[in-house]
Design a protein around this ligand. Structure first.
Ligand code: GN1
Ligand code: MG
Length: 368
């Protein structure tokens, strides 16, 4: 298998034992690699980067090294004050010293250390789990808050610029195939109407940014529940993984993404939409965990837009899935034909549920 051959090009001791697929990422392909020596076993994570999504892997690896160096240094300096061991993966170099390996087909592979004895989950497991997700996100944002944003490169242009996904959808609908995909399912038509009703509103954070009400800071970009690692022994959060989208952005993107992901107990791939809703108890628990660290860096303007961040990122992800469905599934990996349409419906159902609970959510945020 190709991944096995590539795995041996990284600077890790031992003979290759297995390479297994791991994780459920929507973009990259992830493998767990196991090597053994006479006395020891080494495990690491091998990933093939999706070149369509990340055309410039040097930028990703540059950011990853910048962030991990910075955070590892801070964690070490603060270790004596911490209530736990905080972790963050490190980049494993190739044997030739490079940060990644390019294979004969031009595919790009990188290796990162495994966070041992910890797991992540695709769906929230409990109220305590939600608390840990908020706690881990707040800690990560605090740790990178003093990393100058200009040290980070933009790995995906316009990544959380919601109106740019409207453009993507409009472009896809200019093609006969796109129009055909829209009209071929009643569910697609109703997703489209849902989007049309929110076209004006969805520049809310872009406008606040342009008016200098909100400032750019380093953000994670994808703090969904599946990227939060929980220590097997203690049940506490230990780390946030998937650093590909760490970029200058608004902390609202992260806060909103963590919320939309953790407060939907049915998860992103739910098929029965009646199980999809925004759970305000989970929301209160995340906010409690998040504020332990975030209280120190949130401004009044930041707080003012937190609710919009939650509503917007659920809507934006729905729009991204939907635009990709209309464009013929060119961005997110799919296992069946209507998977992106179904993912969009889940996020729009969640957005609706957030909108219905606006007063309750705002109250939780105000009293935090
Ligand atoms: C993608 O690849 P993965 O699963 O880590 C996507 C995120 C979405 C997420 C939804 C680079 O993340 O933005 O929120 O799916 N990553 C990219 O599950 O587009
Ligand atoms: Mg990701």
């Amino acid at each position: 298998m190709k991944a096995g051959l590539i795995a041996q090009q990284f600077d890790v001791d031992g003979r290759l034992v297995t390479v297994e697929t791991a994780g459920n990422g929507n973009v990259n392909d992830t493998y767990l690699v196991i090597l053994r020596t006479t006395f020891d076993e080494q495990r690491f994570i091998l990933q093939r980067l999706n070149r369509r999504v990340f055309p410039e892997p040097e930028h990703i690896m540059h950011n990853m090294c910048a962030v991990t160096d910075h955070v590892h240094r801070r964690l070490e300096a603060e270790a004596h004050m911490a209530d736990r061991i905080w972790q963050l993966p490190r980049v494993i170099s190739a044997k030739d010293g490079a940060d990644f390996v390019v294979d004969g087909d031009g595919e790009c592979w990188r290796a990162i250390s495994l966070i041992a004895s910890a797991h992540s989950y695709d769906k929230v497991q409990s109220i305590e789990h939600a608390h840990e997700a908020g706690f881990v996100l707040g800690q990560f944002q605090r740790l990178i808050s003093d990393l100058p944003p200009d040290r980070l490169r933009v790995t995906v242009p316009n990544f959380h610029m919601t109106p740019s996904y409207l453009d993507k959808l409009d472009r896809a609908l200019e093609t006969p195939e796109g129009r055909e995909r829209l009209s071929s399912a009643a569910a697609a038509e109703s997703c489209y109407r849902f989007i049309q009703d929110r076209r004006e509103w969805c520049s809310v954070l872009e406008t606040a940014k342009a008016n200098r009400e909100l400032d750019l800071r380093p953000v994670h970009g994808d703090p969904k529940i599946a990227n939060i690692m929980i220590d097997d022994a203690t049940g506490k959060g230990t780390c946030i993984v998937d650093l590909d989208t760490v970029m200058p952005g608004l902390i609202h993107y992260d806060f909103g993404d963590c919320m939309r992901s953790c407060c939907n107990p049915a998860g992103e791939e739910a098929v029965d939409l009646s199980h999809v809703y925004f759970d305000t108890d989970l929301c209160a628990s995340i906010v409690k965990g998040y504020m332990v660290f975030a209280r120190s860096f949130l401004t009044e303007a930041d707080k003012h837009y937190l609710y919009d961040g939650i509503r917007l990122i659920a809507f934006e992800l729905g729009l991204r899935f939907f635009a990709d469905y209309v464009a013929g599934d060119v961005y997110f990996k799919v296992r069946h034909d209507c998977q992106n349409l179904n993912r969009a419906r889940v996020q729009f159902k969640l957005t609706e549920s957030i909108e219905t609970r606006e007063a309750q959510i705002r109250k939780i945020l105000e009293t935090a």
